[in-house]
Design a protein around this ligand. Structure first.
Ligand code: PLP
Length: 440
């Protein structure tokens, strides 16, 4: 608790360069209520969609990591959500950072992070970005091909290279192996090339794929990394770094849990690697997924009579909804969509669920729904018909002006949102629920 209090004071006192946003200590529900039910109607932004970002949840995830994987140092994958307050929180909690570009390295450095706590974990890098890493003292970086080695040698000869090996990503939602990772058969040839170039290769990394749903993938990958370590010995290297990548699920994610992965990964590391080997990881979604809740306003709706054919609901989808009767179905239009935060449906294969937040002025956050539900589809605000968040949903009847919320929206959402059609990105209201005041 004490370190979290320190975190809160750090966050609100501007400990890093950029001015921090206001961080309250109210509960997520209390913030949602004040912005959706008790709001000032004269405020022109009062009906805009918004996130509630709970930095306390980020801190709780970190505490769980320390408890269940004490040997593994997390280097947060900035790409997942480069929100400044998330970076500040993690900096004050002492994590390292996995950066994919010059821009991300700069973001981490802006928080006062020491270059030794940054890994440039993109196996295929632009030369000018490598030059930037060299100039700012970032030395650790990954590679998986000989051309990359030659490029880095020419620009950043003091780099500490980490060979990313290909492991089985078939049990992950986002497979990264089609693009990155050296097959085990290529490892000797790459280490030979590194030797000839006199490059410092310090260890091995892998990534089981983002959204991994089978804990055993981590155990198997650790075994392959062990083989690669042994191969390193054959080429005169004494590796001392193992990077177990990302792929750890967020809190509340369906499928395999972080606890289950830790129960496989921790012992596998201890079995195959002595204490002289430093072990790091690159978790992204694990830290932020559950920390962000998105609130959206129903800006328009269309009632679709049951007997009218419509693209709103396919017959097959509608019949899957239990409450089928004479009522119409609905098309709801909300003020964030596929071109905004819901790009995660396309890029991250995310499955999202709308929940009632406020109906006709009544606050319904986490309330059990007592009324009948009707089939509906939910659409984003742009003029593009691809801007459809989903068609097979079931909700009680919503009116224009009502609110919905989507949970677990912190990973791969706002970072890839565009402003297509002039719609601004949903802003974030911050809180730290580790310091909830009594009565909220
Ligand atoms: N590290 C690398 C190199 C990645 O490409 C990614 C995601 O694409 C991550 C870490 C983070 O993955 P996750 O959010 O699944 O933990």
């Amino acid at each position: 608790k004490q370190s979290l209090t320190k975190l809160h004071h750090g966050l609100s006192s501007g400990m890093a360069t950029a001015e921090p946003a206001n961080v309250s200590s109210r509960s997520v529900g209390s913030i949602l209520r004040s912005r959706t039910v008790d709001y000032d109607v004269t405020n022109p932004e009062a009906q805009d969609s918004f996130f509630v970002g709970d930095l306390g949840e980020v801190a709780r995830q970190h505490a769980q990591w320390k408890q269940l994987l004490p040997r593994v140092e997390p280097f947060y994958a900035v790409k997942c959500n480069p929100d400044t307050m998330v970076l500040k929180t993690l900096t004050s909690l002492g994590t390292g950072f996995d950066c994919a570009s010059k821009g991300e390295i700069q973001m981490a450095l802006d928080q006062g992070v020491h270059p030794s706590k940054i890994i440039y974990a993109n196996p295929c890098k632009q030369a000018s970005h490598i030059r930037f890493a060299a100039a700012t003292g970032v030395r650790m970086m990954t590679f998986d091909n000989a051309d990359e080695l030659r490029k880095v040698k020419a620009i950043h000869p003091n780099a500490q290279m980490i060979l990313r090996i290909l492991t089985d990503d078939s049990r992950s939602i986002c497979k990264l192996g089609v693009k990155f990772g050296a097959p085990m058969a290529a490892v000797p040839h790459l280490l030979k090339a590194a030797r000839e170039l006199d490059m410092d290769v310090i260890g091995i990394s892998f990534h089981v794929g983002s959204g991994c749903f089978d804990a055993s993938a981590f155990g198997e990958a650790v075994m392959l990394a062990r083989k690669a370590f042994d191969e390193g010995k054959a080429w005169g290297y004494d590796f001392h770094l193992l990077d177990v990548g990302g792929g750890f699920p967020g809190n509340n994610a369906p499928g395999v849990s972080f606890q289950q992965i830790a129960a496989v990964l921790g012992p596998a590391i201890d079995q195959h690697f002595g204490p002289e080997v430093r072990v790091i990881a690159e978790p992204g979604r694990y830290y932020v997924s559950s920390a962000f809740t998105l609130a959206v306003n129903v800006i328009a709706r269309r009632v679709v009579p049951r007997d009218r054919k419509s693209s709103a609901i396919d017959e097959s989808e509608a019949s899957a909804v239990a409450t089928r009767d004479d009522h119409p179905s609905y098309m709801y239009y909300i003020n964030d969509g596929m071109y905004g935060s819901f790009n995660c449906i396309t890029f991250d294969h995310a499955v999202v669920t709308p929940n009632v937040l406020a109906r006709s002025g009544a606050f319904m956050y986490k309330h059990a729904i007592q009324e009948a539900e009707f089939p509906c589809s939910v659409w984003g605000p742009t003029c593009d018909s691809i801007d459809c968040i989903g068609k097979g949903f079931s909700l009680p009847e919503m009116q224009v002006g009502d609110w919905l919320h989507f949970d677990n929206m912190g990973a791969y959402t706002m970072c890839a949102a565009s402003q297509f059609n002039g719609f601004k990105k949903s802003p974030v209201v911050y809180t730290n629920t580790e310091l909830v005041e009594p009565g909220h």
